[in-house]
Design a protein around this ligand. Structure first.
Ligand SMILES: [Zn+2]
Ligand SMILES: [Zn+2]
Length: 287
């Protein structure tokens, strides 16, 4: 009995994950890192993007084989804060995929399970998934890059043939769980705090970032290993009390939750004021 194939899921693979992400962020990039099979591709079929990170990862947003101009390619609707990556080995183990690393195409039940896991239940990813030094964490951070250096705000031209070397992903040590309370207390027992979850803004010492060549060099030259310390070092001293760790005031409604704002920023709401800087020590604001 012949069975009609209902689902195809094709594979596009970029062994050079950094070049791969650059072409996703900037379609005008001259890089051509993608390999693909597209055997018996039909317009509307889904395609899964695989990146040669370690471990190998998969983009959580599926592409679609272009309908009109075959052989055109695959369309990808990359909404920056939605795009993330998951580890392909784990995915293959959980979805029981036999040839996850060798096949250019998944059919029927395998394709359905993958489409269901990635497309039908969109994976957004918590900010905490961006910590750690693996190339998967680096890929997550580069995927969120909006084109402006996190250090100085200068635009990095991702369409440049040298973009791969001009954009640097700074990765940060993995985040630790909060310290537990001491199991020892006296009869005059004080209120016990239950810090099972705290904001990374208050606890982390480093922050993942995407940097331009100049900031990367400046950070290295200045001996900074933490991006938070590097940012604070570039801020002016408080003109009133002389405090050094001053914060940059950011106006407007942030598109993302407070866990994604670096500790060097002060979110000041929608009312645009003149002041650019804030001092935590004496609460002075200036521009
Ligand atoms: Zn920079
Ligand atoms: Zn001050």
């Amino acid at each position: 009995m012949s069975q009609t194939i209902r689902h195809h899921l094709h594979v596009l693979e970029a062994a050079d994950w950094k070049a791969g992400i650059i072409t996703l962020l900037e379609p005008a990039s001259p890089y051509r890192p993608w390999r693909y099979g597209f055997a018996e591709a039909r317009p509307g079929d889904y395609a899964m993007l695989v990146l040669g990170t370690d471990p190998v990862s998969v983009l959580t947003v599926l592409a679609r084989i272009d309908t009109e101009e075959w052989p055109g390619g695959a369309m990808l609707d990359l909404r920056r804060y939605r795009a993330n990556v998951v580890d392909l080995t784990t995915l293959a183990m959980m979805l029981d995929l036999e040839d996850a690393f060798t096949s250019w195409r998944f059919d029927d039940a395998d394709a359905e399970r993958l489409i269901l896991a990635l497309h039908e239940s969109p994976i957004h990813g918590e900010p905490s998934y961006r910590w750690g030094h693996s190339s998967v964490a680096a890929a997550r951070n580069l995927l969120r890059f909006d084109g402006d250096c996190d250090g100085c705000g200068a635009t990095v031209d991702l369409s440049d043939s040298d973009a791969r070397r001009q954009v640097h992903v700074h990765t940060a040590d993995p985040r630790l769980r909060p310290e537990p309370d001491s199991p020892i207390w006296t009869s005059a027992r004080q209120e016990r705090s239950h810090h099972y979850r705290i904001s990374p803004r208050e606890t982390v010492t480093d922050w993942p970032a995407v940097l331009c060549q100049a900031c990367h060099n400046q950070m290295r030259g200045g001996g900074h290993t933490s991006f938070i310390e590097f940012r604070f070092a570039t801020h002016p001293q408080c003109p009133r009390c002389g405090a050094k760790r001053t914060r940059r005031i950011q106006y407007g409604m942030p598109a993302t939750g407070p866990d994604t704002w670096g500790p060097w920023l002060l979110m000041a709401g929608c009312c645009l004021e003149d002041e650019d800087w804030y001092c935590d020590v004496c609460e002075h604001r200036w521009w």
